[in-house]
Design a protein around this ligand. Structure first.
Ligand SMILES: Cc1cc2nc3c(=O)[nH]c(=O)nc-3n(C[C@H](O)[C@H](O)[C@H](O)COP(=O)(O)OP(=O)(O)OC[C@H]3O[C@@H](n4cnc5c(N)ncnc54)[C@H](O)[C@@H]3O)c2cc1C
Length: 390
């Protein structure tokens, strides 16, 4: 079924990229986790292989992957270094925002990303504003030919590496503004955050103190900002689901390796019926989610609204990945309770998936709201034939 959604040429490009980089990622996986950064050698390879330009069209010098093939690449990355998948898709969300809001800037930056390995970051979350973005305090005011920005952001993936930040702020009248800020204008990297998981993604606390930004980099003001922000958050949720399934793949493969050799009370763990049932249940749900994810990616390529599906995919995949990692950790017993093991790493990584691109509870609240609207309209609560028919 999935085959019907695959563009062969794009998937071939994805496979070729994976062939060139997967072994390297395998080698660096432990170091990235320990050092909480991508070492320079690794970063050079990522730039040379245009990893950050994977979703940029070939006419701008990128690899030209579509969402389906990109999801596959991100899932493979996540088996080794989930933080890298997070870095790449967050960066790609910024490009997508530019594509839908300011195509001239998109073209300029897409070329830079492909040519120089320019890295982008998305700066929304603040100490008092996470789920509730209405509370953000970063402010933009007009000044001469440009605008001045002041404020701080508390959790910014790629913050330590970024050349540009897409910043959500408010204007003098309280309207939302989207501003593109070049890092060398004086963005303060206050700290690279010592996260427990997703280490290496350069997650940083950053600040803007009276930074003058040229007016052309004030991308949008008002409702368009929120509309386009929700558009890229939906894409981010889709990518997070793929990342979750990559972590789940690692958990399952660790389970098989361990349980097929570890003997407990005269039989191998894999021979216990409860283990088989649990593994089969997790695998079945993962298969269903991946099929739904690929179908949703196709919808996104056709510019359809994927917000409902993306929310479901994100919270279900992250919860399932957590269940898989928990099972792996249980089966390893005390042997998985050691620092430096793969179980240790995925146990820490999987936790972050609950919050990335929106807390799971907030996404469930959104899904419930959609169901309630359907109920009030006397429509089918669940889609049966698809929205085009209902
Ligand atoms: C690894 C990682 C990378 C990130 N990268 C970025 C980035 O690049 N840029 C960026 O701007 N942000 C980033 N974030 C921040 C992320 O977007 C926020 O964590 C998320 O939006 C939730 O906000 P919060 O952490 O402030 O939690 P809060 O909004 O304070 O929520 C706390 C808790 O409240 C509960 N809750 C929230 N909403 C509801 C609800 N509707 N119903 C019931 N309970 C609810 C949930 O349990 C939730 O976990 C990143 C986070 C992580 C973990």
């Amino acid at each position: 079924m999935i085959k019907n959604f695959i563009d062969e040429e794009k998937m071939r490009k994805a496979l070729s990229l994976l062939e060139r980089v997967l072994e390297v990622l395998e080698q660096y996986s432990g170091i990235v986790d320990i050092e909480n950064k991508y070492p320079e050698d690794l970063m050079n390879i990522l730039k040379q292989e245009k990893v950050f330009a994977m979703m940029v069209e070939s006419e701008y010098g990128g690899l030209g992957l579509d969402y389906v093939s990109a999801l596959y690449v991100l899932r493979e990355f996540s088996r080794r270094i989930p933080a890298l998948a997070l870095s790449v898709f967050t960066h790609s969300q910024v490009l997508e925002y530019l594509k839908v809001s300011r195509h001239d800037l998109y073209e300029e930056l897409a070329k830079k990303v492909s040519r120089d390995g320019t890295i982008l970051a998305l700066a929304i979350t603040e100490p008092i504003a996470g789920t509730d973005i209405k509370r953000i305090q970063t402010r933009v005011r007009g000044h001469g030919d440009g605008v001045v920005i002041n404020g701080s952001k508390s959790v910014v993936t790629n913050g330590a590496y970024a050349d540009f930040f897409l910043v959500l702020a408010k204007g003098e009248k309280g309207d939302f503004c989207a501003v593109l800020v070049k890092s060398d204008l004086g963005v303060g990297i206050d700290a690279v955050v010592d996260t427990i998981g997703m280490r290496g993604a350069g997650i940083a606390r950053i600040s803007f103190r009276d930074i003058n930004v040229p007016r052309e980099y004030l991308l949008e003001v008002g409702r368009d900002v929120i509309r386009n922000l929700f558009h890229i958050l939906s894409l981010g949720r889709m990518f997070t689901a793929s990342m979750a399934l990559g972590v789940l793949d690692t958990a399952l493969s660790e389970i098989f390796k361990w349980a097929s050799t570890r003997e407990v009370l005269d039989k191998k763990l894999i021979e216990y019926e409860n283990v088989r049932q649990e593994v089969a249940d997790i695998a079945a749900q993962a298969e269903i989610l991946w099929t739904h994810l690929i179908g949703t990616a196709k919808q996104a390529e056709e510019r359809k609204d994927i917000s409902y599906d993306a929310a479901i995919l994100k919270f279900k995949s992250s919860e399932l990945a957590k269940q898989a990692v928990d099972l792996a950790s249980r089966l390893f017993g005390s042997h998985g309770y050691l620092r430096g093991t793969i179980i240790d790493r995925i146990y820490r990584d999987v936790k972050g998936l609950e919050f990335i691109e929106g807390a799971n509870e907030a996404l469930k609240a959104y899904v419930f709201k959609t169901l309630y609207k359907r109920f009030n309209k006397n429509a089918n609560l669940l889609r049966v034939l698809g929205e085009d028919f209902e």
